[in-house]
Design a binder for this molecule. Structure first.
Ligand SMILES: [Cu+2]
Length: 119
C-alpha cells in the first residue's frame, strides 16, 4: 500500500516536472541556422520556439568582429517567433545570444553561432 502510494507520488512529480520543462521556451528553429554561412552584411534573424514568448521582454545581442551590439527583437509571424535584423556586419564569426521570457514567467537562454562572408 505504502509502496503504491509512493509510486503514484513519484509518477505525479515526474509528470509535473515534464510539464514544467515543456513550459520553458526552447529554440526549435532559427534563421540563420546554427553554424550557417551568411553572404553579405545584412542578416534577418527568425527564432522559432516551442512555446509562446514575450517579445517585449526578450533580449537579443550579437557578438562579433566589431564588438557587441543589442538587437531589437519584435514578434514574428506568431507569439512563438522572434524576429530581428542586423546590418553592416563585417565578414567574420558571430554569435547571436538570445534571452527570452516564456509565458510561464521563466527565462531561457541560448546562442546561435554563424559566419558572415563577403559577397
Ligand atoms: Cu518554465
Amino acid at each position: 500500500m505504502i509502496r503504491s502510494v509512493l509510486f503514484a507520488l513519484m509518477v505525479a512529480v515526474g509528470l509535473l516536472g515534464a510539464a514544467e520543462a515543456r513550459a520553458h521556451a526552447v529554440l526549435v528553429e532559427s534563421t540563420p541556422p546554427a553554424d550557417a554561412e551568411v553572404v553579405g552584411a545584412k542578416v534577418e534573424f527568425h527564432l522559432r520556439y516551442n512555446s509562446r514568448i514575450d517579445a517585449k521582454r526578450s533580449r537579443l545581442s550579437l557578438k562579433g568582429p566589431g564588438g557587441s551590439r543589442t538587437l531589437l527583437p519584435v514578434q514574428g509571424a506568431n507569439e512563438a517567433e522572434l524576429v530581428a535584423r542586423a546590418e553592416g556586419l563585417a565578414p567574420g564569426r558571430y554569435i547571436l545570444f538570445w534571452d527570452v521570457l516564456s509565458v510561464d514567467g521563466h527565462v531561457s537562454r541560448g546562442q546561435v553561432p554563424f559566419l558572415t562572408i563577403a559577397p
